[in-house]
Every structure is written in structure tokens, then in C-alpha cells.
Write a protein that binds this ligand. Structure first.
Ligand SMILES: *Cc1c(COP(=O)(O)O)cnc(C)c1O
Length: 227
């Protein structure tokens, strides 16, 4: 067995059935993705549209592709025919474009709203007020071909566990309050709380995450030069 399959099996042993593992394969070749697939891994995460498209054509069609990067509105059309879940939705403008492309493809596209929880200003995402305002608006109510399945967040890049835990706890609390408050909204069905990466997934699980996005712990360190 190769190291990728081995890492996946080891990791899955530690995860409850209720948690979805998204294997983040950005910058990694199709051979390694195939190895993961052979080991029973079907959910994969990619950050770049061009790279995802190249991989999509070469890999089995029952793979569930998660787009976890920062998505530009003008690129939505390329992934709309097949993407399983878009994690990084951070504006109403982007959501409207996803809805438009979903209509063209006669499908409903599942989305997560990215919430900014980290200290770093460079990270993307809405804040709580922006989220609540958007979900309450008449414009949002008109989007019939998207479904908001939950929220996603990235904790600060720090070794301070307390900071990470506080950020995840905040996101978890927001998830549950929105789930209750908007329970009867037709295009919202909060089931997914996507938080946790290689360095912090254990804390994320303790704080209620049910979807973790793991890259380097499965595929090894990334080298960005070849993309
Ligand atoms: C790259 C990436 C990951 C995976 O990061 P690792 O630290 O390698 O596990 C998870 N989520 C997002 C949004 C990413 O961009």
C-alpha cells in the first residue's frame, strides 16, 4: 500500500462515521488522487479552477469534488456542471452567479458560506452580520437553484490552541443559531459545519465540526511550483 492510502485509512480510523473527510488534493498529481480513491476516498477538495478541470477529466466520475478555494464569479461556469459542494462562498454576488449557472445546468448547487473567524485580515469570509442580513433578504429568497448547506471557516494560523478553539467554538455556535433561526427557509438546510485542517482538525471535531479538509497529512507537503 502507498503512503496516501495508508494515511487515509489511519485517519479514517480516528473519525466518527458522522464526520466527512475531504481529501485536499491541490497541487497533487492524479496518480495520488487515484491511490486515495482506490482506498475508498470519494470526497476531494481543490482550490484552483483550472487545476480542478484538468483533474476532473482524468479521474473517475463518481468522485465528489469540493471547491474550497476563493472562487471568482467569472469562473463559476466552468465548475457548475459537476461540482459537489462550494465551500468558500463569501458574497451575495458570487451566490447569485452560482444560482445563474446552476439554472443553466438544471441543477441545485450546494454551497457553504465562508465565515471570517481568524485574526489574519488576508483570509476571506463574511462576518456574522453580513450572513444574517443576506439570509434575511428578499433577494436571497429568490435564489431557487442554490442550497446553503452550512458554513465553513479557517482558524488563525497559530500554535496557540486556545485561540483556535475559541474561533471554532464561535463558528459552531453561529452554525446552530442560524440552523434554528432559518429552519423553514426553502434554500437553506444547515447540515454541514466545515472546519478543521491538518494542524487543527482534532480541536475542530471537539468543537462540533462534521466536515474536515485535510491536505498535507494525507498527501505530504505541497510544492506550489508546478501549477
Ligand atoms: C489547502 C487547504 C486545506 C488543507 O490544508 P492542510 O493544512 O494541508 O490540511 C484546507 N482548507 C482549505 C480552505 C485549504 O485551502
Amino acid at each position: 500500500m502507498g503512503f496516501v492510502a495508508d494515511n487515509i485509512l489511519q485517519l479514517k480510523k480516528k473519525l466518527p462515521d458522522t464526520v466527512t473527510l475531504v481529501a485536499v488534493s491541490k497541487t497533487k498529481p492524479v496518480e495520488l488522487i487515484n491511490e486515495a480513491y482506490q482506498a475508498g476516498q470519494y470526497d476531494f477538495g481543490e482550490n484552483y479552477v483550472q487545476e480542478l478541470l484538468q483533474k476532473y477529466v482524468h479521474l473517475p466520475k463518481d468522485i465528489l469534488w469540493h471547491f474550497i478555494g476563493h472562487l471568482q464569479s467569472n469562473k463559476v461556469k466552468y465548475i457548475a456542471p459537476f461540482v459537489h459542494l462550494i465551500h468558500g462562498v463569501d458574497s451575495f454576488k458570487l451566490l447569485k452567479e452560482i444560482n445563474k449557472q446552476a439554472i443553466k445546468n438544471n441543477r441545485i448547487i450546494n454551497c457553504l458560506i465562508q465565515i471570517h473567524i481568524a485574526r489574519e485580515e488576508t483570509k476571506f469570509g463574511m462576518n456574522e452580520n453580513e450572513l444574517l442580513q443576506m439570509l434575511s433578504s428578499a433577494d436571497f429568497n429568490e435564489l431557487k437553484n442554490i442550497k446553503i448547506s452550512g458554513i465553513m471557516g479557517m482558524a488563525s494560523n497559530t500554535s496557540d490552541e486556545n485561540t483556535i478553539r475559541k474561533e471554532f467554538a464561535y463558528l459552531s455556535k453561529l452554525f446552530h443559531s442560524v440552523k434554528n433561526r432559518f429552519a423553514s427557509t426553502h434554500n437553506l438546510d444547515f447540515t454541514i459545519l466545515s472546519m478543521g485542517m491538518s494542524s487543527d482538525w482534532e480541536i475542530a471535531l471537539q468543537e462540533g465540526s462534521n466536515m474536515i479538509r485535510i491536505g498535507s497529512s494525507i498527501f505530504g507537503k505541497r510544492h506550489y511550483t508546478h501549477i
